[in-house]
Design a protein around this ligand. Structure first.
Ligand code: SAH
Ligand code: SF4
Length: 345
């Protein structure tokens, strides 16, 4: 942690690092706990509200840290979801989506401005990565939405704009803050990271001792098809990806969720379903089928409902648990990156 060179955002600081900061400034480390209670439990808007912290220390904190640096600039809502467009300090835009379920409220947050993976069905992939998000920018997406709805959320999926494992350190730091009992306090089992399959960082994540859920955007069952949809497959082919998933399951004891977006006449027939069963046989996993959301001038069209249901039934009949993800907010441009793009026009 560099202090003194430039101001750090308090929401990007892990509890342990804040303890070190206080100790190195000759203060007791429990000050970090007090600050965490003020910012995450009481949800203050300025450091001056921390009434049990002395004026001197508050001044020091005011000099070294800032807070609340991103803002909501647009909201769109339908029956299924509420979408938020955020403006960052440097005027870049990102988005997050809130969904209410019978088991609680979840938020899908962004991890980068744009994405370098270039998946051919994805809006974010068209807008190359402008920059990584800092940990605080991920944490603040959650805090601002909770403030807006005046409720606490129960789960977080890092599945908005960006490839989380291509912004590894910041994403892992943000997860630690989201997961910390004195931070946002969301259990690791209720935090999911979705990746297009950056194999070395899947191995790394397995070693972090976090126990979050891993979602793999698989979308195809052989290398030829997958590489056409997702260029990242040329770097990390399916066999290597599946091996990394098996390692993740063995090390974390967590089931993996495979995302499979169905595109008409591309990856949605029973031959594909058969290959998928073969590929995932014996793994503790779940398959999430997503009707592909066609992007402007995109190469892939949505499968018919009939094909999607047949596909799901085939998987379920052959020992792979599969569900169809409700089409979240396609009315409100909820598919990855679409609201942001519209706003850029
Ligand atoms: N980069 C990460 C997380 C962000 S993308 C990843 O790729 O996993 C979140 C999910 O939305 C991924 O499963 C991605 O494949 C899917 N997705 C992107 N564009 C889509 C579209 N047009 N229709 C359906 N799913 C899409
Ligand atoms: Fe990036 Fe994920 Fe979109 Fe692929 S699907 S371009 S990895 S955000």
């Amino acid at each position: 942690m560099i202090i003194g060179v430039y101001m750090m955002n308090i929401y990007g600081i892990k509890r342990k690092d804040l303890e070190d900061y206080f100790v190195s400034n000759g203060e007791k480390k429990f000050k970090a706990l007090q600050v965490f209670e003020w910012i995450y439990e009481k949800r203050i808007n300025t450091f001056d509200e921390m009434s049990n912290i002395s004026k001197d220390v508050r001044e020091k904190i005011n000099n070294d840290f800032n807070m609340n640096m991103i803002k909501i600039i647009k909201k769109q809502e339908d029956d299924l979801a509420k979408k938020y467009l955020f403006e960052l300090e440097d005027k870049n835009h990102i988005e997050a989506v809130l969904m209410e379920h019978d088991y609680g409220i979840s938020i899908c947050v962004s991890s980068e401005v744009g994405c370098n993976m270039g998946c051919r069905f994805c809006e974010s992939g068209r807008l190359k990565r402008v920059r990584n998000l800092e940990a605080y920018e991920m944490v603040e997406q959650i805090l601002l939405i909770e403030k807006d709805i005046k409720k606490r959320i129960s789960s977080v999926v890092i599945m908005g704009i960006g490839e989380p494992l291509d912004n590894y350190e910041n994403v892992v730091n943000s997860i630690r803050i989201i997961n910390n009992p004195k931070g946002i306090n969301i259990g690791a089992r209720h935090i999911s990271v979705s990746t297009s399959g950056l194999v070395p960082n899947i191995y790394r994540l397995a070693e972090e001792n976090i126990q979050c859920t891993l979602s793999i955007s698989l979308h195809a069952t052989n290398n030829e098809k997958r590489s056409k949809m997702m260029p990242v497959n040329n770097r990390y082919p399916i066999e290597e990806l599946i091996q990394a998933c098996k390692d993740y399951i063995a090390k974390t004891n967590r089931r993996i969720s495979f995302e499979y977006a169905l595109a008409k006449d591309n990856n949605d027939n029973l031959e594909d379903a058969k290959e998928l069963v073969k590929l995932l046989k014996g793994m503790i996993c779940h398959v999430n089928l997503i009707p592909i959301n066609k992007i402007e001038n995109g190469a892939f069209d949505k499968s018919s409902n009939e094909n999607i249901i047949k596909f799901r039934d085939y998987l379920n009949e052959h020992g792979i648990v599969a569900t169809i993800r409700r089409e979240l907010g396609s009315d409100i441009d909820a598919a990855c990156g679409q609201l942001r793009r519209k706003n850029l026009k």
